[in-house]
Design a protein. Structure first.
Length: 95
């Protein structure tokens, strides 16, 4: 199944909600999983982005649904990138 990196940054409302309820991170992960996308790993990030998530989705349409649904709340902005396993990438380059 394809994997994706989703970088996200919180807006003021998102930061306030997270401060009030840090467990909200787990709740959002459950919502993402309910949309058919698996959360493989999550990290808090220092710098331009607040979070980095590694996700597995059936296809780019499912991933677009997650990104659009999360962004529509107005509490965060995301950038989603498809990722390729290094071993698979090496094999493609060899052929």
């Amino acid at each position: 199944m394809p994997k994706y990196v989703m970088l996200s940054t919180l807006g003021p409302d998102g930061s306030a909600r997270l401060r009030e309820n840090p467990e909200r991170l787990r709740e959002v992960s459950a919502e993402v999983e309910a949309m058919g996308v698996t959360v493989l790993e999550q990290y808090a990030v220092l710098g331009q982005w607040d979070f980095l998530n590694i996700l597995e989705a059936p296809d780019e349409v499912a991933m677009a649904k997650v990104a659009t649904t999360l962004a529509s709340r107005g509490t965060l902005k995301t950038m989603t990138l498809p990722i390729i396993d290094i071993d698979a990438f090496i094999e493609v380059l060899k052929s």
